[in-house]
Design a protein around this ligand. Structure first.
Ligand code: F6R
Length: 354
């Protein structure tokens, strides 16, 4: 049941700190030791990340962490594009799917098997077709998600996938075990970070909504490790509000999207504090954009306090906590527009057609 919450999405946003805590309780103790060996997979030199929508975003976030910390290269492919895309021979396919029943994903699994790729599934459903067909399964422990828009399963996939990635780095001796244990200890700070971000978004977002009710379209900008969270925020906004939302690497603005900006255009910026991004923000401001920054303490939607050692220690993870503010923004705007946030039009929780 949704209990005291107005809708399942609100409940599932709220559950993210406890879900992450559950993921870490389940997998944390084995990350530096038994976790990777339990999969029975060889240590790969390359990862092929496969999924759709939000699950693919989670996969990208995870692959970036394993690349950043241990240098394992990867490619990320939409499941529907696997059949028409060349894959790196011998690569381990990491296939992410909340439901484990997405038709595009299952079709990709067939193709990947034909090409000889072993498959590690990251799913929320241990009884799914994906879990049955994969060589190894990592569960994301998010509990049932009723809202069609993925929220808590996204954070659970990112943290569960990061645990999996760290276990690979330990097994491959790309990061030594004591350093892996330190990373795991840092991850135990994520629930507090998310709880802070949820509270801060609940305080800051309602005041923003009235000015956005008539905005036909939104531009989301990120760079580096924040890019994938900008993509996820734009996806949430479009599926819930039925408004256009484009996400771009901030540096791409001048190569086209800048033409979209007019007085009042909302531009949601994942602020990483860099000078380059500040220059991009100045550019859109000069054209009259309504800049909504997400991230630091002084941002429009604050997501972390700069003073906590905790927030600093987790920089290697990328700004996962910003996604919470973007989920709240999408939901609050959708509610104000009278949308059914648990059941957006035209969408299904489990997409069983290709
Ligand atoms: C977005 C959303 C979809 C799913 C996608 C994949 O909020 O829910 O983009 O992420 O349809 O679904 P799964 O993860 O079940 O394969």
């Amino acid at each position: 049941t949704r209990g005291v919450h107005p809708d399942f999405m609100a409940k599932e946003i709220e559950q993210q700190p406890e879900v992450v805590a559950e993921v870490m309780t389940t997998w944390g103790p084995s990350v530096a030791g038994d976790l990777w060996p339990s999969f029975g997979l060889q240590v790969p030199r390359h990862l092929t990340i496969v999924g759709c929508g939000t699950s693919l975003h989670a996969g990208r976030a995870v692959a970036q962490v394993t690349a950043r910390l241990g240098g394992i290269p990867y490619s990320a492919i939409e499941a529907s594009e696997v059949a028409t895309t060349t894959t790196v021979p011998g690569s381990l396919a990491v296939v992410l799917s909340q439901s484990g029943e997405t038709a595009d994903v299952l079709r990709a699994v067939d193709v990947l098997h034909q090409r000889g790729h072993p498959i590690l599934a990251l799913t929320n459903n241990p009884h799914s077709a994906l879990a049955r067909q994969a060589q190894a399964v990592m569960l994301c422990q998010a509990g049932p998600e009723i809202g069609v828009a993925a929220t808590k399963t996204f954070t659970a996939q990112v943290i569960g996938g990061t645990a999996m990635g760290l276990s690979l780095l330990a097994a491959a001796r790309l990061v030594d075990r004591s350093a892996v244990r330190r990373r795991v200890a840092e991850l135990s700070g994520v629930p507090d970070l998310l709880a802070y971000a949820i509270g801060a978004a609940r305080r800051s977002v309602p005041d923003l909504v009235p000015a956005l009710l008539d905005s036909p379209g939104f531009v989301f900008l990120g760079r580096g490790s924040s890019r994938v969270f900008a993509d996820e925020g734009a996806l949430k906004l479009k599926e819930l509000t039925y408004r256009w939302a484009e996400s771009h690497a901030a540096g791409e603005l001048k190569h086209g999207p800048l033409a979209l900006i007019e007085t009042g255009t909302p531009v949601v910026v994942l602020d990483d504090g860099s000078e380059r991004l500040a220059a991009n923000i100045a550019e859109v401001r000069a054209r009259g954009a309504r800049v909504i920054s997400v991230g630091p303490e002084q941002a429009t939607i604050p997501a972390r306090t700069s003073t906590t050692a905790l927030a600093r220690g987790l920089d290697w993870l990328g700004p996962l906590e910003t996604v919470v503010g973007l989920q709240v923004l999408a939901r609050e705007l959708a509610v104000a527009l009278g949308r059914d946030v648990d059941k957006p039009r035209n969408l299904a929780k489990s997409v069983t057609v290709e």
